[in-house]
Ligand binder design. Structure first.
Ligand code: BGC
Length: 284
């Protein structure tokens, strides 16, 4: 190595990725998933990546305005905190999933929920909740849970979870680290926003057979593969329970394509995990 490069601050060594620190987590945290029809919460055992006890669900109010949804989230957290296994309020981390872009607990998009959420500071909105709050994108929560405890556990490289529901959500994770708000359902695809063409709701609207849907989804995933080169796609959302009907028609990808393993509770588990990790990292 010449003296020049040795003195330069940009040596190959200084460009190596920073090591990822995995904080020590508490055993339990709370996760809440705000969905189109139901808002569900649970106490999550972070050692197992599973719910401890039943989940508690309340129908999502309509219209799903911030104040109305906040009242439901508060009721759910109250109920969970009254249980014997509830974490103590000092140790508590509460993760809440939201179906839009969330940066530093502020909502920046609301494609499939009341537009009054845009610009909402959820820390102010949910200031009466106990514990340390983190709000994150719904697909990011589900993807994080799948990558750590579910279909992507142990996978290295880029793992992309794609959730298929009313919209399309995405979680981009590299070697276990989440790059939040990837929003790959909003790529342009077949002349429209991808989720308008390839979500589970779009399949129903267009009355597509499973074979047609699998072929369409395959084309969308190939497009995403060209952009992000994942080693693994995890397909989530309620429709993933029927993955044997359409995944056989998803062909020609370099990446493996597998159904989600945690399905119903992935969001709640991922929200709790994210909140507990962020709390632990902030308290180092
Ligand atoms: C939103 C995403 C969300 C996805 C699934 C999309 O319309 O833009 O943020 O993750 O729907 O709910």
């Amino acid at each position: 190595m010449s003296a020049d490069t040795a003195d330069s601050p940009l040596t190959a060594h200084s460009l190596a990725p920073a090591p990822v620190e995995v904080p020590t987590l508490p055993k339990y945290a709370i996760g809440v998933d705000v969905g189109g029809t139901g808002t569900k919460g649970g106490i999550v055992n972070l050692t197992k990546g599973k719910l401890s006890g039943d989940r508690f669900r309340i129908p999502t109010p309509r219209p799903a305005t911030p104040d109305a949804v906040a009242a439901v989230i508060e009721e759910i957290v109250d109920e969970l905190m009254s249980r014997p296994k509830a974490p103590s309020p000092e140790d508590l981390a509460v993760g809440v999933l939201f179906p839009g872009i969330v940066i530093d607990n502020v909502v920046h998009s609301a494609a499939n929920i009341d537009h009054a959420w845009i610009g909402c500071n959820t820390e102010d909105l949910l200031s009466s909740l106990p514990g340390k709050l983190r709000v994150l994108n719904d697909a990011d929560g589900a993807g994080l849970a799948e990558a750590r405890y579910g279909a992507g556990a142990g996978a290295s490289g880029t793992v992309l979870t794609i959730t298929l529901g009313t919209g399309i959500g995405s979680a981009l994770i590299h070697d276990g680290v989440l790059v939040p708000n990837s929003e790959l359902g909003h790529l342009e695809f077949d002349g429209d926003i991808a989720e308008k063409k390839a979500s589970a709701a779009a399949r129903e609207r267009a009355d597509m057979s499973w074979e047609e849907y699998g072929a369409l989804l395959g084309r969308y995933l190939k497009y995403v593969e060209r952009l992000h080169s994942p080693s693994l796609f995890i397909i989530g959302g309620g429709i993933s329970k029927r993955s044997q009907e359409f995944l056989p028609y998803v062909k020609g990808l370099r990446a493996d394509v597998v159904p989600a393993a945690l399905v119903n509770n992935a969001g709640i588990v991922g929200a709790a995990l994210f909140a507990a990790e962020q709390k632990a990292l902030a308290e180092r």
